[in-house]
Write a protein that binds this ligand. Sequence first.
Ligand code: UGA
Length: 453
Amino acid sequence: MKVTVIGAGYVGLTTALALAYIGHDVAVVEKDREKLEILREGRSPLYEKGLDELLKIVREDVFFTENLDDCVPSADIVMIAVGTPAKKNGEADLSYVEQAVKGIAESLRPGGSYTIVIKSTVPVGTNEMVSQKLSQLLNQRNVSCDVHIVSNPEFLREGMALQDTFYPERIVVGTRSRKAISDLQQLYQPITQQTFTPPEFLPRPNGLQLPHFIIVEPASAEMIKYAANAFLALKISFINEIAGLCEKVGADITDVAKGIGTDKRIGNSFLNAGIGWGGSCFPKDTLALLELARQKGYAMPIVAAAREVNYRMRKEAVAKLRKHLGDFKGKKVAVLGLAFKPGTDDLRDAPALDIIRELLAEGAEVSACDPVALRNARKAFEGVANISFFEDPYEAALGADAVVLATEWPQWANIDFGRLRQQVRNPLFFDGRNFFNPDEVFKSGFQYLGVGR
Ligand code: UGA
């Protein structure tokens, strides 16, 4: 099928390359010239496992352009995958979606038949809005064509984007159009039936179950996306809240999580206590959900509490250090891990950033360390004093009064605590992700602090 994907962010680019890989004829429209140039050179503008390799394989088959006119008229499917950042009040900003819709309406060929897929995370009601806007714009142009709109939310995780795209658990399709359903069945068929030959670097997991293909009303598809993210966010906040109480009563949250997670009704994933969630999704989507509820005059105390607990974790991390160091004046803190999670260079709403800002505000000197996110970190702290950047954790720890692990990069799993101990001035280690075995850290002469243990 001929597919145009609008927006080369995590979702758009990953989806576009995967669709090209499984045999579709794909064009990507991206307005950011710098990004476009990088893509045309065959490199990924995002740090994401496997994306460079996949780009190498499909480079010749994907057309990168900044003009919708180059590809929309001849497309069967047009996918909107632009950003929907949060406005000041928390509401999702739909201006990029609206621009895309306007551009599509101007490019559709009279008499053509198109399925328009909304992949961006958008508030409930957007499908309806896009539908109305498109017909209004087409009317203004005095053009008639056969347009089918479908909400097809994305569930990929950063750092696992390709894995989640090639081997998803479900594909959600929200539409009232039979044509759109059959187009999306055809589009995703190699994935729903797992008939493609896996890329060498991304083998098919053993025992993989075929994904569910879930067909629902548009509003339900839109709600599924928000409800999924809000539920995952609150699951983490729940375990973090329990972690706080564990500290007070001498229980260990990692044991508690294991104990409850083996109950299938609860499940053991997303029960890692720590300094909480960040990124571009949970913070933005929980806020957008609350704003939507507010507009409808409906209270959502559980989602609100998930946010409250989450941001409290960051404050508590600093409070814990303060308790052990006295105050921060003249103290040096090494923060290991800046990205909001491992596998990405994304710093959006990363817990590490808030923690660092607070430490700096209270007079600490900070050595910030990350294996891939330093470029973005330097930008985020441009012009800020008392912060220096390192790729190497041992260098970052030199002369530190405390070492904080804020992101559990797997390459640090075997960190040599003996060597780290020799670098620091004061052996205090705060494991903000409960990543290490406390005994191992302790054996090397550190005082170990975790979250809820
Ligand atoms: C999340 C969802 O998991 C995806 O399904 C969804 O598609 C995506 O948002 C989106 O809406 O685009 P992502 O934000 O990439 O994906 O990352 P997650 O793996 O969900 O992690 C989010 C945050 O939760 C990270 O800061 C991570 O450190 C934290 N986390 C995760 C915990 O603190 N504990 C856990 O047990 C799991």
